[in-house]
Design a binder for this molecule. Structure first.
Ligand code: NAD
Ligand code: GLY
Length: 385
């Protein structure tokens, strides 16, 4: 098992991310070691699908470590990452009699993690929170860094809080049951992390995808490739932690290449694609896949990125698996949706572009002409065909 430390230097806080195969049975023991003897009750939040697969193992392990366990299963799907589910989660924490010394565990993908984390951030003004991410996207990205929240009808993640977990436990064996599309979405976010800030991480991710493909059962059944997957997931957590450590709350005025904002590479177009298709056509990571191709085209057309680098990015995204088509979507609609996005700063669309694979630059939208943007949208959205 690998242990990755997240050191939030600005406020001397620290937590660990544990990564390994078949480590879910150690959940109770690891939480006990982290929260101490006073914690009596754990509120476990999951959904039916994930609970049927992993809930009993998690609950048994928690009981074995002396915790009383109450559970609540939210409805599955992005549309349930809502204020209504949030209110239901708070009702559950209240009925369970949770006290300040108790803790919330999120067992599931990013939807469960974001919602449970937000409930933990706000109930009794903040409870300890443990992430047990079960999708690839949640394991390499959403469980690390403390962003929690819910969607409004008008947009994604518009309400939330920064609330760091006390512990993240990543059992890569959970990836055996993750459907192929969800894996593709996760790998796209993995490519994003490498491309935006760490060339070696990008190369390592591409090597893994070239050698093992995206079929999780295949790599997890082979001990050598299982070790490679664990090491790569841990490397992603280490990278994300290093960015979060230096810019925990994503300072909006920061523009440098270590700002947390670089993790939004691909997201300007991705959020617009998701919004104009009513959140139905794309998994979030798939939209990020298209978004990176658009940002890559823009970077090249603005003379920042060499053609060969854009080709490496294209190859990496292709290795993640097929993306739903996007070239029928009207560029004007996308630009309108971009202007409404919460990532806009001082009324301007903000772009994370690339100087090279592994080095991002943040560029204000008013430095990009409408024509250049439309060309990049046209070529980028065709590139995955
Ligand atoms: P998800 O949580 O919807 O999970 C995808 C599907 O896989 C769901 O049907 C889920 O029930 C199922 N599932 C989960 N684990 C499984 C397993 N082991 N086996 C079989 N099925 C499993 O989607 P996601 O991609 O994990 O997360 C997307 C969410 O994460 C979005 O809401 C996005 O906004 C958020 N996100 C948050 C951050 C952050 O920093 N907080 C970062 C990136 C994304
Ligand atoms: N997923 C981007 C971030 O956590 O900042």
């Amino acid at each position: 098992m690998q242990r990755v430390a997240v050191n939030l230097k600005a406020r001397a806080a620290r937590y660990e991310i544990l990564v390994g195969a078949n480590i879910l049975p150690t959940l109770g023991k690891e939480i006990r070691a982290c929260v101490g003897a006073a914690t009596r009750r754990i509120a476990l939040i999951s959904n039916q699908k994930v609970y049927d697969l992993y809930g009993e193992i998690a609950s048994q392990s928690l009981r074995g470590a002396g915790f009383d366990v109450n559970r609540w299963l939210m409805k599955d799907g992005e549309r349930h990452k809502s204020l209504r589910s949030f209110e239901a989660a708070l009702g559950f924490l209240n009925q369970s009699g949770l006290q300040r010394s108790d803790a919330v565990v999120a067992l599931g993908g990013g939807v469960v993690g974001d919602l449970a984390g937000f409930a933990a951030a706000t109930y009794l003004r903040g409870l300890d929170f443990i992430q047990v991410p079960t999708t690839l996207l949640a394991q390499i990205d959403s469980s690390v860094g403390g962003k929690t929240g819910v969607n409004l009808a008008t947009g994604k993640n518009l309400v939330g809080a920064f609330h760091q977990p006390r512990l993240v436990l990543i059992d890569v064996d959970a990836l055996r049951t993750v459907p192929p599309r969800e894996l593709t979405a996760g790998w796209c976010e993995a490519v994003k992390q490498g491309a935006s800030g760490d060339r070696r991480l990008f190369d390592r991710t591409v090597r893994l995808l070239r050698s093992g493909g995206t079929n999780s059962r295949q790599w997890l059944n082979n001990q050598r490739s299982q070790a490679g997957v664990c090491a790569t997931i841990a490397a992603h957590c280490r990278f994300k932690s290093s960015i979060v450590a230096g810019d925990e709350k994503e300072g909006w005025a920061r523009n440098d290449s270590r700002s947390r904002r670089i993790l939004n590479f691909g997201h300007t177009t991705a959020h617009a694609l998701e919004a104009v298709t009513g959140y139905r056509r794309f998994r979030h990571g798939e939209a990020v896949g298209h978004g990176m191709l658009v940002a890559g085209e823009l970077s090249k057309n603005l003379g920042m990125l060499a053609a060969g680098e854009l080709e490496s990015l294209r190859e990496a995204i292709a290795l993640c698996g097929p993306l739903p088509s996007a070239d029928d979507i009207d560029a004007g609609e996308l630009i309108k949706a971009m202007q409404a996005d919460k990532k806009s700063v001082a009324g301007k669309i903000s772009w994370v572009l690339l100087e090279s694979v592994g080095k991002a630059r943040i560029v204000a939208g008013d430095q990009i002409s409408g024509r250049t943007l439309r060309t990049a949208l046209r070529d980028g959205l065709r590139a995955a065909e």
